[in-house]
Design a protein around this ligand. Structure first.
Ligand code: HEM
Length: 114
């Protein structure tokens, strides 16, 4: 499959995951939990599969540091909405963690500093 397809899936899923995450922060009502966790979970899965698909298709050698940063960012983004529903008092901190994760992941993919 064309790596561009993986790229589109990867970035589109990232947008959906981040959108769902911040919608959980904006309104962590218990009745929205199922929807947000389901859509966010599917986006997270598509994102990681497409990300490793890209890794293989682009022939990236081994597991460079910038990719480790992205995996950590993905783990953080995948975890925070679940925490927001259980502990809404932590939303301020979770929002900061999410923003740092997005900036770090995007910075690392374009600059590949290590
Ligand atoms: C398990 C987690 C992840 C893996 C394995 C992964 C893997 C990859 C790979 C291999 C590339 C291609 C790099 C290149 O063109 O040299 C890529 C591109 C990209 N990734 Fe990820 N990534 C992950 C998480 C994230 C996260 C958390 C974000 C942002 C929230 C993100 C955003 C992007 C963007 C914007 C691109 C550039 C797409 C393009 O220019 O075509 N990724 N990713």
């Amino acid at each position: 499959m064309d790596p561009l397809i993986y790229s589109v899936l990867h970035v589109a899923a990232a947008f959906v995951l981040v959108g769902m995450t911040f919608s959980a922060f904006a309104n962590p009502a218990p009745e929205r939990r199922g929807f947000v966790m389901m859509v966010g979970g599917i986006a997270s899965l598509v994102m990681v599969i497409a990300g490793f698909g890209l890794h293989a298709k682009l022939g990236i050698d081994g597991f460079p540091g910038w990719l480790i940063v992205k995996v950590v960012a993905w783990l953080a983004l995948s975890a925070v909405s679940g925490i927001a529903f259980r502990k809404p008092t932590m939303i301020g901190l979770l929002a900061v963690i999410s923003m740092v994760a997005v900036v770090a992941a995007v910075y690392c993919v374009y600059f590949k500093p290590f």
